[in-house]
Write a new protein. Structure first.
Length: 261
């Protein structure tokens, strides 16, 4: 009975209209999406099956954990992935990183007069601009990525984007997120992850070495070409890295915990 009473009080406090989590707090978001992976150089298959030679982005789940300070800036960590498995030909990609996020609408708090009010559904009735039930975020950051099937690539990525949030309650938000990722792979294609070896890349093409002799590697060479250790990338692989771009507009569902700042 005592536990139930505590639970009721906690729920009332959590969803009370006095909370203003958008103005500073911790938030957790689910961000499911359907992505677009654009490349003509990241070759991940030895052969030519019906799913294509290049990575694809089907369903793209993402988790985000963010910190908002004073309503106008913060930091956000995220984990994103996508995979494919046609005819048991499994492959996929993962992204781990973070962004800095600013909310430019908050600047208007210091510009607009304090008297004008705007409509709000929660709490019901007009509210001041600082307590508006919507927000806009602009973010920049990056992280680490890996993609692979028969061949694999690793490296970093640069991300920028913007998002829109609507606060259904002070502690529950729905929104849209538009992250643009520019993938910065190493100029190296793994042919065997367990042995940590593969081939240098020049766009879609690849090559290995026999001694100091550069040997072109056909796409169907698999792990049986003149592979080099991954540790030799900086010494051996000086060609342009394979280019790729990943875009996954997402619906976000977030829980927000107010710090009162």
């Amino acid at each position: 009975m005592r536990f139930a009473s505590i639970l009721v009080v906690a729920c009332i406090a959590l969803f009370s209209s006095s909370a203003s989590a958008r103005n500073g707090g911790l938030y957790f978001e689910l961000a499911p999406s359907w992505g677009i992976y654009d490349t003509e150089e990241v070759l991940i298959e030895e052969g030519n099956d019906d799913f294509g030679d290049f990575p694809v982005a089907t369903f793209v789940p993402a988790l985000k954990l963010g910190l908002n300070l004073f309503g106008w800036a913060g930091a956000e960590a995220h984990v994103t992935g996508h995979f494919w498995d046609p005819d048991n030909d499994t492959g996929g990609a993962g992204y781990v990183g973070g962004v800095g996020r600013i909310t430019p609408l908050e600047i208007l708090t210091y510009v607009l007069p304090q008297d004008p009010m705007i409509p709000s559904l929660f709490p019901v009735g007009p509210v001041k601009w600082r307590d508006r039930p919507f927000d806009l975020g602009i973010s920049f950051g990056g992280g680490y990525t890996i993609v692979g099937e028969d061949y694999g690539y690793t490296g970093g990525y640069f991300q920028w984007g913007f998002d829109l949030k609507w606060f259904v309650t002070p502690n529950l938000s729905l929104g849209l997120d538009f992250p643009f990722r520019h993938l910065l792979y190493q100029p190296f294609r793994y042919s065997n992850f367990n042995r940590r070896e593969g081939y240098c890349t020049d766009g879609e093409d690849a090559f290995g070495f026999a001694g100091n002799t550069k040997i072109p590697v056909p796409p169907n060479a698999g792990e049986f070409g003149p592979a080099i250790p991954a540790g030799d990338v900086d010494e051996r692989c000086d060609e342009p890295a394979p280019a790729a771009f990943f875009f996954a507009p997402a619906l976000t569902i977030g829980g927000v915990f107010d710090f009162g700042i």
